[in-house]
Design a protein around this ligand. Structure first.
Ligand code: BG6
Ligand code: MG
Length: 219
């Protein structure tokens, strides 16, 4: 096997928390007096909290109405709503095939890292009971440029000591797929083939991810 490391996104790949992120933004927007259409979700997926807030406010034409401090407060409010939503998450909230894929990586001596843009990643990993599978977890607070910049995936590969050529990144978000490609890795999409057309390969969920197939497309 050429593949030496598998670098996972969390929200929307291992667990459904991408739904809760957008649901929380919807509540915040509604408190501010506007609605968020479904189409906006794809623009915020994989995008950091503050960058997502800018996208939400722009949609409501409110981007110039708040000071930096007020924007921080709005982002904190969204985070409180989100944290409340995931407070009861357990292993039963893992998406299909998530644990099996982590197990297959471990059995095949493939290193495993988390490259989630979410500062709540470690909390979710604990609640889902999957922390022990990971050789390294990137702290997104230490990353200068968020997805779609390659920084977060490159940091994971660097800490694992694996050349990006032998890494695959697995993502449900367009911004994440771009980040993986910019890092020079194989991009595995989880979700819709049309939405994730920039990925090297797309699967509907982790249960059908085929490591041999990914290995074959690794040059
Ligand atoms: C990403 C989500 O994983 O994390 C985004 O897809 C979210 O929706 C981002 O904005 C940051 O998450 P958090 O928990 O730090 O606000
Ligand atoms: Mg995601």
């Amino acid at each position: 096997m050429k593949i030496r490391a598998m670098i996972f996104d969390m929200d929307g790949v291992l667990t459904s928390s991408s739904d809760e992120h957008f649901a929380a933004w919807r509540i915040l927007a509604s408190d501010l007096g506007f609605d968020l259409p479904d189409e906006l979700e794809v623009l915020t997926k994989g995008v950091s909290r503050m960058d997502s807030l800018e996208i939400i406010l722009k949609h409501g034409q409110m981007q110039d109405e708040f000071t930096y401090e007020q924007k921080n407060e709005l982002a904190s409010s969204k985070n409180e709503i989100y944290m409340d939503m995931i407070s009861k998450f357990t292993a039963s909230d893992l998406l299909p095939g998530a644990v099996q894929l982590l197990e297959v990586c471990k059995a095949g001596n493939i290193k495993v890292a988390l490259a989630s843009a979410s500062k709540n990643g470690p909390i979710l990993m604990e609640r889902l009971g999957i922390t022990h599978y990971f050789d390294y977890v990137v702290n997104p607070a230490e990353i200068a440029h968020g997805k779609p910049a390659p920084d977060i995936f490159l940091k994971a590969a660097g800490e694992l000591g694996v050349n990006p050529r032998f890494c695959a990144g697995i993502e449900d978000a367009v911004a994440g797929i771009r980040s993986i490609k910019a890092a020079g890795m194989i991009a595995v999409g989880i979700g819709d083939t049309d939405e994730l057309s920039e990925a090297d390969i797309v699967y509907p969920d982790c249960s059908v991810v085929d490591l041999l197939e990914i290995n074959r497309i690794m040059l």
